[in-house]
Design a protein around this ligand. Structure first.
Ligand code: PMP
Ligand code: GLN
Length: 379
């Protein structure tokens, strides 16, 4: 058949996780915790399942979970949300991103996205008849070049897609980034999708600045979040979309036909769990220790790196060591030394090799140490 996504194959995350498993390698490729979630959370799900909460949830999410998300948003960002009209529970941030793009992008609309970008953005745009317009991030820190953004905006620009903290680089947007974006779009008919799935994973005292905190951006943004990242349950596929009433109305029109609603007992369990803020407020510290442990160990390997500002990924460069492509090196390290990573070329629109690998450090400390030991021996 004639493919609607001719350039797309199986995602690199599936490929590398399978290779890691086939080779018995330590899997630092696909981004998911190598440890279990809090058993309290599992008990809560069981409790609600046993209580018979096993039928369809309301389309927009169970009210108590929407309220708890609003409470968290107030506590963390100081922003008031109407949980009835501005919060929607979805089946993972991936759904939120797809539904938001589908809600607003029409045939021929241009959508600005940063290059490199997480893999689900461009296909969502293309399947809706939109035209992705890539703006390269500035290496080595992957910050935004605002002059390039400005010159990429046209009369057809409908949407800009943001990701902070950024996957794969960990770059965290600054207040200046937010202000500049607001200035650029305030007199234009441009909306924003802000992927903030790593909102609670920032380091060295850095604060995640949600686009919700900016009065101009808030009015035009779909903020996409994921409980998978925050509570170590990526397999639950549950997240949320926060957006003003008018945007939420359009968002829900799509969400109701994509998935209609999200697993009921998970929603009640997360609502209970969110009632103790320390459970998400302690996350930066938890991951800071892992990032520090991983970066300390990396110093004994031949890689070059700058510690990530946020997310649970650490990039390393190896151009001084080898001319191998990042894909070839990632595969070879998996097979030969038993550590799997992600070649970051896959995140670039032109798939160009930058000789950078991405490691996920959301793993148990002994596994991280073992992987670091192996990486010391690379040639
Ligand atoms: N956005 C980014 C930047 C991600 O890294 C991920 C990875 N899981 C997602 C979205 C998807 O989140 P979810 O699993 O909740 O769909
Ligand atoms: N977000 C994860 C990563 O970047 C992957 C999630 C997935 O496999 N779709 O590694």
């Amino acid at each position: 058949i004639s493919s609607k996504l001719p350039q797309v194959g199986t995602t690199i995350f599936t490929t590398m996780s399978k290779l890691a498993s086939d080779c018995g390698a330590i899997n630092l490729s696909q981004g998911f915790p190598g440890f279990d979630c809090d058993p309290v959370l599992v008990d809560l799900v069981t409790k609600h399942m046993k209580a018979g909460l096993n039928q369809y949830a309301p389309m927009s999410g169970v009210p108590i979970l929407r309220e708890q998300i609003a409470v968290k948003t107030k506590l963390v960002y100081g922003v008031d949300l109407n949980s009835e009209t501005e919060v929607t529970v979805v089946s993972g941030a991936t759904e939120a991103i797809y539904a938001a793009v589908t809600a607003v992008v029409k045939q021929g609309d241009e959508v600005i996205l940063f290059d490199p970008a997480y893999d689900c953005y461009a296909p969502a745009i293309e399947l809706n008849g939109g035209v992705p317009v890539f703006v390269p991030l500035e290496l080595p820190d992957f910050s935004v070049n605002w002059e390039n953004v400005k010159s990429s905006i046209s009369d057809k620009t409908r949407l800009i897609m943001i990701n902070t903290p950024h996957n794969p680089s960990g770059y965290v947007w600054t207040q200046e980034d937010l202000d500049t974006l607001a200035e650029l779009i305030q007199d234009r008919d441009i909306l924003i999708v802000s992927d903030e799935v790593y909102e609670h994973i920032t380091f060295d005292g850095r604060e995640h600045l949600s686009l919700l905190t900016h009065p101009i951006l808030r009015e035009r943004t779909f903020v996409c979040g994921s409980f998978g990242k925050t509570f170590h349950v990526t397999g639950w596929k549950i997240g949320y979309c926060l957006a003003p009433l008018k945007l939420t109305e359009e968002f829900r029109k799509i969400h109701q036909f994509l998935t209609f609603s999200t697993a009921t007992p998970l929603q009640y369990a997360l609502a209970d769990y969110l009632s103790e803020p320390f459970r998400y407020l302690t996350l930066p510290d938890f991951y800071q220790k892992k990032r520090d442990l991983f970066c300390d160990g990396l110093k004994n390997t031949p890689f070059k790196f700058t510690p990530a500002q946020g997310s649970f990924f650490q990039m390393v460069s190896y151009a001084h060591l080898s001319q191998e492509s990042d894909y070839d090196l990632a595969v070879r390290l998996t097979k030969e030394i038993g550590v799997a990573s992600i070649p970051i070329s896959v995140f670039f629109s032109d798939k160009k090799d930058h000789k950078i690998l991405r490691f996920c450090f959301a793993k148990d400390d002994p596994d991280l140490m073992k992987a670091l030991g192996k990486l010391q021996n690379i040639k």
